[in-house]
Design a protein around this ligand. Structure first.
Ligand SMILES: Nc1ncnc2c1ncn2[C@@H]1O[C@H](COP(=O)(O)OP(=O)(O)O)[C@@H](O)[C@H]1O
Ligand SMILES: [Mg+2]
Length: 303
């Protein structure tokens, strides 16, 4: 594969072992709280991801086509749309989680602070440290609560003040008070909602900039869901959040921006390809969408 070729396939030989050639610089993490209420200009909010004309194939099948939009720092960006429209494909492409899928091929650009995360020489371990991920089903390791949170920092050699790091992550995930007296008990004894907050703690323990969440509440009851939603509003003060959700009310409650995808049938190939229909401020998507397909979806006429 030539250096200029942006395509990436799952069969790439040196996968994961490439030392960093391109360093990714993000500048200092902001701690101020830019609230999405129109008072701050767009220019003041740094662009974290600039996604340009991104297409994804799995083998011969095109899963996602020509997606272009930007993700801004300290906002919650929601990705919504019917099943199979490419939401998971999209979010997993932001931190190269799809690389190991045979036949995966990405075209276009995924610029993270101006650096293409698919450039040859970008260190994937570094990409995943900066851009963490929380999955649909809580998946704690069969280890203690402490060891779950300490796992990634230990692996990355972040050993200084590990106890402090674990405590901070658990506090930021709104879990500390519930677990501080049983840090060495198994994580598998926790409730589903606690396990998902533990997975969030595990992700933020290495201080990423971005937290990707793929339907993080779909396995949880309404009370646990409400706690995670509340937590997201806190987390966005420090992190940039991208959440896939099939729950439109959830997108409306927690997100600042919404990307609506749909799956369009190509009559020639008889295949469905995911497409971005509309990206805008969440309030606008839900009150005054520009595209009829968005309107049909959010009013429940489709999907
Ligand atoms: N590992 C894979 N191999 C082949 N096709 C896949 C794979 N994962 C997803 N797809 C296909 O890509 C399309 C988009 O899937 P996905 O991103 O999971 O959609 P969503 O998350 O919106 O339900 C679907 O047609 C799905 O069948
Ligand atoms: Mg999905």
């Amino acid at each position: 594969m030539s250096m200029g070729d942006r395509r990436v396939t799952g069969e790439e030989p040196n996968a994961g072992a490439v030392p960093s050639r391109v360093r990714i610089h993000t500048g200092p993490q902001r701690t101020s709280v830019p609230v999405e209420n129109g008072r701050r200009s767009e220019a003041m909010r740094p662009v974290v991801f600039d996604i340009r004309d991104m297409s994804v194939h799995y083998g011969a099948k095109q899963a996602l086509g020509w997606t272009t939009f930007q993700i801004h720092r300290n906002l919650v960006t929601a990705v919504i749309g019917p099943s199979g429209c490419g939401k998971s494909t999209f979010i997993r492409s932001l931190n190269r989680m799809n690389d190991s899928i045979p036949g995966f091929k990405l075209e276009g650009q995924v610029l993270y602070h101006g650096h293409d995360v698919y450039d040859a020489g970008v260190n994937r371990v570094e990409v995943r440290r900066r851009i963490g991920m929380v999955f649909q089903k809580p998946n704690p390791f069969p280890k203690s609560i402490y060891d779950n949170v300490a796992w990634a920092p230990r692996n990355l050699g972040m050993k200084r003040d590990l106890d402090g790091r674990v405590e901070r992550a658990l506090r930021n995930a709104a879990l500390w008070d519930e677990v501080k007296d049983r840090l060495h008990a198994s994580a598998l004894g926790m409730s589903g909602g606690q396990q998902q907050r533990l997975c969030i703690a595990r992700t933020i323990a290495v201080e990423p900039e971005v937290v990707l969440m793929d339907e993080p509440c779909s396995a949880l009851d309404p009370i646990a869901t409400a706690r995670i939603e509340e937590l997201m509003r806190e987390l966005k003060k420090t992190f940039t959040i991208v959440i896939v959700t099939h729950n439109m009310q959830q997108a409306a409650r927690v997100s600042d921006r919404t990307a609506f995808f749909t799956a369009e049938l190509d009559s020639k190939t008889d295949q469905r390809t995911g497409l971005l229909v509309e990206f805008d401020q969440t309030a606008r998507i839900f009150s005054n969408p520009r595209d009829e397909r968005t309107e049909n979806y959010i009013t429940g006429r489709f999907g």
